[in-house]
Design a binder for this molecule. Structure first.
Ligand SMILES: O=C(O)CCC(=O)C(=O)O
Ligand SMILES: [Mn+2]
Length: 209
């Protein structure tokens, strides 16, 4: 009999608490086993309706350096940097990931931004997920699948700004707590010569559209 795709052992329930001081950052290293994570990565690469978004920078349209899909409950519209995203309906695999993420994080989510980094040339620049529709103090749960990439963080307001970085591992879950978007920026820099893909799912709760 095939093992339950989302069976995990008890050690997955003990998060690492990263010492950011004014914001909670929890990491669950084993949301999925490596075999489960391999399967989910391959399924999502194939099944998600990936889209190429464009940003207008200095009057010119530039391709966002990754593919994306915004998925969620009906009506959960979202936007960043002038890009307006309407949700596509929930995919079965993503719904199963959502159930596991909600259980571990203890937070409600009604939508997810899925990023597909095709190789090391895809990236995300410094930002905070502090859009109005997420409310004042959003909790964001971030699932990593595929190539290990470095997640960099820096404080928004202090001088000198504190910095923090951590590798995002295949099958892990990072929960950015309430103060994180208010006080910190984050980015995923490019990596030279990396050919392997990575998918990231950031589960969010849209409270106003
Ligand atoms: O890929 C990641 O780990 C982070 C993605 C991210 O920060 C975002 O989509 O807002
Ligand atoms: Mn983000």
């Amino acid at each position: 009999m095939q093992a339950n795709l989302f069976d995990t052992n008890d050690s997955s329930k003990d998060p690492i608490r990263h010492p950011l001081g004014d914001a909670e950052l929890l990491e669950f290293l084993h949301l999925f086993s490596p075999t489960e994570a391999d399967q989910i990565l391959a399924t999502l690469i194939q099944d998600i309706p990936w889209q190429q978004e464009y940003l207008k920078i200095a009057g010119r349209l530039r391709a966002v350096p990754r593919l994306q899909c915004w998925m969620g409950d009906h009506g959960s519209h979202y936007g960043y940097s002038g890009v307006r995203l309407s949700p596509c309906p929930w995919n079965k695999t993503v719904k199963s990931i959502l159930a596991r993420v909600s259980e571990l994080s203890g937070s409600p989510f009604n939508s997810v931004l899925i990023n597909y980094y095709r190789n090391g040339q895809d990236s995300v620049a410094w930002h905070a997920d502090d859009e109005r529709e997420l409310g004042e103090a959003p909790v964001i749960a971030s699932v990593s699948l595929g190539a290990e990439r470095i997640f960099e963080m820096k404080e928004k307001n202090n001088s000198p700004a504190k910095k923090y970085r951590l590798p995002l591992r295949h099958g892990s879950l990072l929960v950015m707590g309430e103060k994180m978007q208010q006080h910190w920026l984050h980015q995923l820099p490019k990596v030279k010569d990396l050919q392997e893909p990575r998918i990231n799912l950031t589960f969010r709760n849209i409270i106003a559209s």
